[in-house]
Design a protein around this ligand. Sequence first.
Ligand SMILES: Cc1cc2nc3c(=O)[nH]c(=O)nc-3n(C[C@H](O)[C@H](O)[C@H](O)COP(=O)(O)OP(=O)(O)OC[C@H]3O[C@@H](n4cnc5c(N)ncnc54)[C@H](O)[C@@H]3O)c2cc1C
Length: 339
Amino acid sequence: SPLLSIVHCVDTVVWMDQMSSILSIDRHAKTVTVQAGATLAQLNRALEAEGLAFSNLPSVSGQTIGGAIATATHGSGMRAGLLSSAVLALEIATPAKGVLRLTRASSSPLFWAACCSLGVLGVVTEVTLQVEDAYALSVEQEPRTLDDVLVNFESVARSAEYVRFWWYPHTDWVLLNTADRVPPALAPPPRRPSLLSRLLSRVRFNVLQSALLASWIVTPLVPIINRVWRWLYFSSRARAIVCPIQFFNFDCLFMQHVDEWAVPLSEAAAALTGLRSLIEFRGYRAHFPVEVRFVPRDSVWLSNAHERDVVYIGVISYRPFGIDIQDFRKYFADFDALM
Ligand SMILES: Cc1cc2nc3c(=O)[nH]c(=O)nc-3n(C[C@H](O)[C@H](O)[C@H](O)COP(=O)(O)OP(=O)(O)OC[C@H]3O[C@@H](n4cnc5c(N)ncnc54)[C@H](O)[C@@H]3O)c2cc1C
């Protein structure tokens, strides 16, 4: 894995970076065939050069396509599903049956099993994915109250092609991010940020990291950090037209522990209400944001969204300067029990 591997292995690890070629791109059928070790970043560049793009992407692009599929990696938005649900065909080297070629068209149940297998069925070596014509996104960020979003949950979920929101614990506020496709010509060419803006963002990064470190000793600082940060950077409406990666991918800031669950769409508002009460009554100092993302139903056997629309709710505990500043295990265990 080019990222931090989730594999806890005491035996053999298969390193896929020598199998990372893009084998073919069919501009007409809008498909791409790749070896499983290719990263999403590599694929994004190759597709862009052909005027094509993925329909949805997760928040980082360092994963291999094999890893993203094996874990049912998701983005957010009720109209475009998991990367696994874009798979049209794959080749998998299995321990007992040799190399199998599975296609969606064959309607073999094995195909849907292999589209999210956590590596237990064998090594996926090659994948063909459905992509689409390149597009730009008209993106809007809007501060809303948590109560307002919870009351109108399903209509918020379906208010745009891509929807996600971040709740700032210890405040009543969420930042709602929505995006709809527009023609790619409308997106201004990406500009390298100026030296000043890069400098300012570095300063911001270090101020936040230092404030979080200080909250290790002075724990009541956490709610203050959440309020101040939201007010400074996320309290106003904004609109822009951007290329999709600029919306899908974002800076995850510092090292962090993450605990993310998928719940049925119909129960997500209750789950978030429960989380708010949990944080309040147990006195947890919850870092921002609680991230909420939407995934439409699919046919992938091991997908959390198998035949049901789901909402992913993720809580985090930052590790400023690589230091564990919180007893996150208790918070996460209570969150697990609630989910
Ligand atoms: C900073 C960060 C942000 C993330 N953001 C998101 C997000 O927004 N949405 C989301 O859903 N996920 C997200 N993830 C999770 C990430 O997409 C998955 O962990 C993904 O599996 C990582 O891919 P990898 O190549 O690193 O796989 P690895 O960590 O190497 O492997 C993960 C699993 O996939 C299996 N696997 C890998 N390659 C193959 C293969 N070729 N054949 C068969 N099995 C294979 C492994 O056996 C293992 O079980 C994020 C992770 C990080 C670290």
